[in-house]
Ligand binder design. Structure first.
Ligand code: TYM
Length: 375
């Protein structure tokens, strides 16, 4: 049976490995599939359907329909997402942030952006706190380069801003038992006690805007599906704290350049970082996994397999906006007219152009960083 050859999937907020079966994951996590109707509703408010929605990058949600209805009633709504600063930012991280920009514009929403320097220190034996703190501000440049609105974006660091966050986190922590935390996150006796506290920090931000504005504001969290366990825990206690349950919209993972798995900073040769010299990134693309045939002759006869090809996935997720051009690429790949080498070369050029532009915006972000920080 085909599935016997698949590598067992593991999806936690700290590790994603194996072949991710999204259907099974959605069932395990107990989330709702994202419907065309909901995608269209978002598009209606935005004035266009974002490529990530058209292409099914977002697969599931919790209470997105309710969040939209609140907005439609004329109520204020908010957005929340974040980054664990453990290294440089890669293209996978950018997916939800580009999408936040789209939602921020569409719903005129404030975005609370949490930088979890504490999380990455606690969960990673090889990182010192000074390193995650320094990375926080380097990674914030990437967030800003996604084009967010300085008036409506509030980036904060857990360690630097703890004064205004601690009270909310304490109230969360008191409502969650150790047995719930163990069941949700799989904590072991050998884990340090900081790890057990940390989920209160990630949950806390769901209520931050409501606390600051002294009004209950529905919060939507765009992120990849790996972060869902945090929200399961938070949703259990939100109403007990007097707040709405946070809503979520979950993305699939952008794959790495090697066969299988998500793009991950722990395999730097298979990830494209926003700080990679464009020429280096192009070289990584040229050695990407395509699922191509062994010989040119065979490729011409049998055609390529876009459904398992990571190069195609990059066009699909990020680098080909035009739906017709994407379909044409798929057609010529399958027919054997387009060989993998050409297809990679074209992608490598697009990646170079993208990185040149992004890096320019990222450098400019240094000058305006202050404007984006939580006040
Ligand atoms: P982190 O830094 O691991 O990831 C940042 C964001 O990127 C998403 N992501 C991906 N999306 C698509 N394809 C990939 N290959 C990929 N890899 C990562 C993650 O889902 C995340 O949205 N604990 C968090 C920090 C955090 C947070 C949040 C994230 C704090 N509050 C609220 C999301 C929402 C973390 O370490 O993310």
């Amino acid at each position: 049976m085909a599935h016997e050859t698949l590598e067992e999937m593991k999806v936690t907020p700290w590790e994603v490995s194996g072949d991710v079966d999204y259907g099974r994951l959605m069932e395990q996590f107990g989330v709702e599939p994202l419907t065309r109707n909901l995608e269209e509703k978002i598009a209606q408010h935005a004035g266009f359907m974002h490529m990530q929605l058209r292409r099914g990058v977002y697969i599931s949600h919790r209470d997105l329909d309710w969040w939209l209805k609140e907005y439609e009633k004329g109520n204020k709504v908010g957005l929340y997402t974040g980054r664990g600063p453990s290294g440089n930012v890669h293209l996978g991280h950018l997916l939800p942030w580009f999408f936040c920009k789209y939602l921020q514009d569409a719903f005129d929403a404030d975005l609370y952006f949490q930088m979890t320097d504490d999380e990455k220190f606690l969960f990673n034996d090889n990182l010192e706190l000074e390193q995650t703190i320094a990375l926080t501000y380097e990674n914030a440049l990437d967030v800003i380069a996604c084009g967010l609105d300085p008036e409506k974006t509030h980036i904060f660091s857990d360690t630097d801003n703890i004064g205004s966050l601690y009270r909310i986190a304490l109230k969360v922590a008191k409502k969650v038992t150790y047995s719930t935390a163990k069941a949700v996150f799989g904590f072991q006796d050998s884990d340090n006690i900081g790890m057990i506290w940390y989920p209160a920090m990630q949950a806390m931000t769901c209520f931050l805007q409501s606390v600051r504005e002294e009004e209950n504001i529905p919060c939507l969290i765009p992120a990849a599906i790996d972060q869902d366990p945090y929200w399961r825990m938070t949703r259990d206690i939100a109403e007990k704290m007097g707040y709405y349950k946070p809503s979520q919209i979950h993305a699939k993972f952008l794959p790495g350049l090697a066969k299988g798995g998500k793009m991950s900073a722990s395999q730097p040769e298979t990830a494209i970082f926003t700080t990679d010299p464009p020429g280096e990134a192009a070289k990584k693309v040229m050695s990407a996994y395509t699922g191509g045939r062994d010989t040119v002759k065979e490729q011409r006869e049998k055609g390529g397999q876009p459904e398992i090809c990571n190069v195609y996935a990059y066009y699909y997720f990020l680098f080909e906006e035009d739906d017709e051009a994407l379909m044409e690429r798929e057609r010529v790949c399958k027919s054997g007219e387009l060989l993998c080498g050409m297809c990679k070369k074209d992608l490598a050029n697009r990646v170079k152009i993208f990185l040149n532009n992004f890096q320019e915006r990222r450098e400019k972000a240094r000058e305006v960083l202050e404007d984006f920080l939580l006040k």
